[in-house]
Design a protein around this ligand. Sequence first.
Ligand SMILES: Nc1ncnc2c1ncn2[C@@H]1O[C@H](COP(=O)(O)OP(=O)(O)OP(=O)(O)O)[C@@H](O)[C@H]1O
Ligand SMILES: [Mg+2]
Length: 399
Amino acid sequence: MPVDLSGPLMAAFKKAKREFEEAVKKGNNEVAKKKALECARILRQLANYDEFSRESYLRKAKKWEAIARDVEAGRYGIKRNKPIKEGGNQRRSGNFEENGEDDVFKQYVEGLIARSNVKWNDIGGLEEVKRLMMETIVISALQKPQSVQPWKGILLFGPPGTGKTLLASAAAGSLNATFFSVKASNVLSKYFGESAKIISALYEVAREKAPSIVFMDEIDALTTKRSGDQSEASRRMLSTLLTELDGFQDKGNDVLVLTLAATNTPWDLDEAVLSRFPRRIYVPLPDQKATKEIIKINTRGLDTSRLDLDAIAEESVRRRYSGRDIKNLCQEAIWNMIREENRDLHKLAELPFHELKKRSLRTRPLEMRDFEEAFKKIKSPLTRKEVERYEKWAEEFGG
Ligand SMILES: Nc1ncnc2c1ncn2[C@@H]1O[C@H](COP(=O)(O)OP(=O)(O)OP(=O)(O)O)[C@@H](O)[C@H]1O
Ligand SMILES: [Mg+2]
């Protein structure tokens, strides 16, 4: 797998840009030119890492090369009577730099846009949760009296693998909304001191591209209870997020920007976060009925008539399986069936690809023994105590 160097490159870009500005201030054209070229070189490297923003990085690299030429010719930084070139919208010097930085953040944010094809009926169980989310979305979108304030943020909490990300994707898929998928820890590790600016850019772009759903995963990574005062960066990022959550109602009443936040450790959230998410939805482990639905979703296209779905579901619930565990269970069982029916599978590895394309896998109806074997492989990491902790928190703070 290629190593993603965009974080360090971005840091290097910022450093070079700062040094460029200092050199300009000191009137040291030699260094300024060198640093401008360095900025251009780094932007060209960044273009290789980010297919989505490639063109824009390359455009910016060219601008930095133009700046280097201006510096060399002694034209750079002449603020008055700047010639406005090529249709009048090409900004130079100071202006470009400010815009340049904002653009870099916006580009990162645009890279967070994900396509979602998930539909509500890809999700088993969770009827109440789905209904609440659909209602929230519909209310947000409908014309309404001013006093009817839709939820701007919904917090989804529950054990790992219970469908929180899936729900957010379905919400975006059903609305055909622009879906921004953000992991707090990723933004922090990539941008650290600048992560607050990412959040501002995120909501700016989300408003521009509304209707939008901002999915903020692992929101617990931002709260002070968890990070203590170790991280000034995460504190600033959080405070910008909270300001955005408070503010965007005023900035545009009619644009739909819904923030869905998710966490596995709701007890780590502090009051400041909780107060912005008055709608807190518990996404629990699936019960027997939901488990059956998840099994059906994950065995679509195969013959399940010989399975005792109730027995499988009962065993899954007893083992405290999450939706993710059930999906893995089904895949394991399907794999058992495929391997049994296609014992010579590994031998086909010698065939060229076009020969392989002509053949198809042999299948047979799924049998209970496929699942019995599969159960041995799938361990649920949750203890009863942990489940109880979620339930207690849901009772006390959920709603
Ligand atoms: N209710 C469900 N219906 C159908 N599939 C499910 C359900 N819950 C989980 N899954 C399956 O498990 C996978 C993982 O679920 P998802 O990523 O939504 O969990 P999560 O709650 O976001 O977990 P985490 O807290 O670890 O991020 C899904 O891609 C899906 O295949
Ligand atoms: Mg998730």
